[in-house]
Design a protein. Structure first.
Lengths: 261, 234
């Protein structure tokens, strides 16, 4: 006998409003499960079916999934942190101090954002090496590898721009060291540095620019490239499988090859 | 009336790889074109639940870490007081370590630039697409070539006193040497493994070793004036 909650949920799913929102309709058949992916604007980036042996921990170590997970954690904690933070000198530093000592759970929020950021950089690198050692970058997945390299760079820049925001000694000098490197670029080095910092020194302008990069430009770039990255997994024939592994089909089929000759 | 041919021919082309496959099917045989029959599961709900679980486990780990370890926060930024050493975030410490040996235009622009370009072009080199062992063909010539490259790198790094980057290079050169004198039928599992590694594997593994060693040295073994310190003797 179904519980009360289940009955209510069942009723809810039959309402006109629910049906108007979710295109896949009600049911748990194979068709409905496939529609739940295919008819959803976010989930349709993914394939409706996945090879069963790609679900084992050994195949991917879930590194890509975990990298996405850290990104989502960072978006949520980042938005919450933005409520307490002004990108101005010296207000930025006292805001972070307030987060540490006054705001409820502010310390936890900042810790979670910081550690998730480190985890994301680490996981993105790990994901890249894992994909390489499995050979999953080969045709027809070349371009998705390139998108992955772009995403790695965006990840590094996201982490790096966020590093300045607390406006403490650690932040200030790490960004000074880093941006000094960009002035070593031949011919345009000084110009690049000026563009990044909005001046010749790391100052209030630099803080504002890094804040805009960190909270607007880079996250939007990351989301765009992530969408391409996921969509290409489906388009390029799903997660890469090795021929030599047990349980593999005779050949590695791409979407074209599945059609009869 | 022409006698029936002994075979039928078909051409399948995969536009993406621009390769052509010619298929000959002899008469009265049934070379079943392998229909795709590997077991698959539905993304909804099975794959999504697993992904969610994986993320959930990681989140628990991150929450625990956030409860027990505080993010660093030092005094307010002071342009007149330079800390010694001033370190970049950990993932850039490999580059900062390079910056210690080479001029900025080399360590800060050339090396990372080449790295990014190198990473991007990896999949577009379709030499050795079957990924067969480096020394399985032209062993003598390839051994000589790889030793010349390793030797040149060793001398180059030695001349510039880059001993930190020298360690992984020498290690990989040693493993290459071992691989050259191992066969894929070796009784030793490790040697069997090495003998089957393609050239791309060697380059990437060298890069990985360098990345780990340089980052670890920059993080733990560098003190005031970028001098060598031991982390357990602070």
């Amino acid at each position: 006998m179904p519980s009360t909650i289940e009955t209510y949920f069942d009723k809810l799913e039959r309402t006109r409003v629910w049906k108007s929102i979710f295109r896949s309709g009600k049911g748990s058949s194979t068709l409905h499960n496939a529609l739940a992916i295919q008819q959803n604007v976010f989930l349709h980036l993914f394939p409706t079916k996945v090879r069963k042996r790609m679900l084992g921990l050994g195949a991917t170590w879930y590194l890509g999934t975990l990298t996405l997970g850290t990104f989502l954690v960072l978006v949520v904690t980042g938005i919450l942190l933005m409520l307490y933070y002004h990108p101005s000198v010296p207000q930025a530093y006292s805001d972070v101090k307030d987060l540490q000592f006054i705001v409820s759970s502010g310390l936890f929020l900042r810790n979670l954002h910081r550690w998730a950021a480190h985890a994301m950089v680490f996981l993105a690198f790990a994901h890249m090496f894992r994909v390489f050692y499995r050979g999953a970058y080969r045709a027809p997945r070349e371009f998705n590898w390139v998108v992955g390299v772009v995403l790695l760079l965006v990840t590094l820049l996201l982490s790096y721009t966020g590093y300045l925001l607390p406006w403490d000694q650690l932040a200030y000098w790490a960004i000074t060291v880093g941006t000094n490197i960009s002035s070593a670029v031949p011919l345009v080095g000084e110009k690049i540095r000026f563009l990044l910092l909005g001046g010749h020194l790391v100052n209030a302008n630099a803080l504002l620019r890094f804040y805009v990069l960190h909270t607007v430009i880079l996250p939007i770039s990351a989301v765009l490239f992530l969408a391409i990255h996921f969509w290409r997994i489906r388009k390029d024939g799903g997660l890469y499988v090795r021929e030599s592994e047990p349980g593999a089909a005779a050949a590695q089929p791409t979407s074209e090859e599945q059609k009869p000759l | 009336m022409t006698p029936p041919k002994d075979f039928t021919a078909a051409i399948g082309s995969d536009m993406r790889t621009s390769m052509r496959r010619v298929l000959f099917i002899t008469r009265r045989t049934s070379p079943q074109v392998k229909a795709y029959d590997e077991e698959r599961v539905q993304t909804f709900p099975e794959v999504l639940i697993r992904a969610l679980l994986a993320v959930e486990c990681m989140l628990i780990a991150l929450v625990l870490m956030s409860l027990f370890f505080n993010a660093p926060l030092e005094g307010i930024a002071n342009p007149t007081n330079t800390p010694n050493p001033a370190k970049a975030p950990w993932y850039f410490l490999g580059l900062q370590e390079m910056l210690h040996y080479f001029p900025p235009v080399v360590a800060g622009v050339l090396i990372p630039g080449l790295l990014v370009i190198g990473l991007i072009v990896i999949p577009y080199f379709d030499i050795n697409i079957e990924a067969e062992g480096f020394f399985l063909k032209n062993r003598q010539r390839r051994l000589r070539l790889s030793m010349i490259v390793a030797g040149a790198l060793t001398i180059f790094l030695g001349v510039f006193d880059v001993y930190v980057a020298l360690v992984p290079t020498v290690l990989i050169a040693g493993l290459l040497l071992l691989a050259a004198f191992s066969s894929p039928e070796s009784t030793n599992r490790f040697r069997r493994y090495l003998a089957q590694r393609p050239i791309s594997w060697w380059i990437m593994t060298w890069f990985l070793f360098e990345l780990i060693v340089l980052t670890a040295v920059g993080t733990y073994f560098r003190g005031p004036g970028w001098s060598w310190v031991l982390p357990w003797r602070s």
